[in-house]
Design a protein around this ligand. Structure first.
Ligand code: FEO
Length: 171
C-alpha cells in the first residue's frame, strides 16, 4: 500500500508529466507555424512521450491500491522568441523534472517503499537520457548560430532523433 505522502507526491508528478506534454505540444505548434517541420515532429514526439510517462505513473498508483488523480493543468507558453530559447526552456524543464523525480525517490526510501523505489528507477534512467538529448541539441544549436543553411540542416537532422526516440521501448 502506498503511504498518503507517497501517493500525493506521485499524483503531483502525474500533473508535472501532463504539463510537460502540454508544454511540448505548444512548442510543436510554434515550430510548425514557422515551417520547421523536423523540430515540430520532434516536439510532437516529445509530447507523446510525456503522456506515456504520465500514464505509466497513473496506472502504477491505481495498481498499488491508490487513487490516481486527473488535475487541472497550467497553460503553457505559446511564444518562444527563438529556436535556441525554446530548446533552453526544454532543457531547464527537464532538469526541473529530474529534481522532482529525485524527490520522489527520496520519499520512497524514507517510507521504505521498495516497490515504488524500484518503479521509479525507470524514470531516473529516462531523465538521464532526456537531459543528455536536450544538451546535445543545445550544443548543435550553438554551433549553428545564425546560419540559415545550418538551421535547415538541423531541422532535417532532428528528424533522426525523433525516429530513434519513437522506436525506444515505451511503457
Ligand atoms: Fe517525463 Fe521529460 O520528463
Amino acid at each position: 500500500m502506498l503511504s498518503e505522502r507517497m501517493q500525493k507526491a506521485l499524483n503531483n508528478q502525474i500533473k508535472i508529466e501532463a504539463e510537460s506534454s502540454q508544454i511540448y505540444l505548444a512548442m510543436a505548434s510554434w515550430a510548425e507555424g514557422k515551417g520547421l517541420e523536423g523540430i515540430s515532429q520532434f516536439m510532437y514526439g516529445q509530447s507523446d512521450e510525456e503522456r506515456m510517462h504520465m500514464l505509466k505513473m497513473f496506472k502504477y498508483i491505481n495498481e498499488r491500491g491508490g487513487s490516481a488523480v486527473v488535475s487541472e493543468l497550467s497553460k503553457p507558453a505559446s511564444e518562444f522568441g527563438s529556436i535556441k530559447e525554446m530548446f533552453k526552456t526544454l532543457f531547464k524543464h527537464e532538469v526541473f523534472v529530474s529534481q522532482s523525480i529525485n524527490e520522489l525517490v527520496h520519499i520512497s526510501l524514507e517510507d521504505k517503499d521498495y516497490a515504488t523505489h524500484n518503479f521509479l528507477q525507470w524514470y531516473v534512467a529516462e531523465q538521464i537520457e532526456e537531459e543528455a538529448q536536450a544538451r546535445t541539441i543545445l550544443d548543435k544549436i550553438n554551433l549553428i548560430g545564425d546560419d540559415k543553411g545550418g538551421l535547415y540542416l538541423f531541422d532535417n537532422d532532428i528528424k533522426q532523433l525523433t525516429v530513434v526516440s519513437s522506436v525506444m521501448p515505451g511503457a
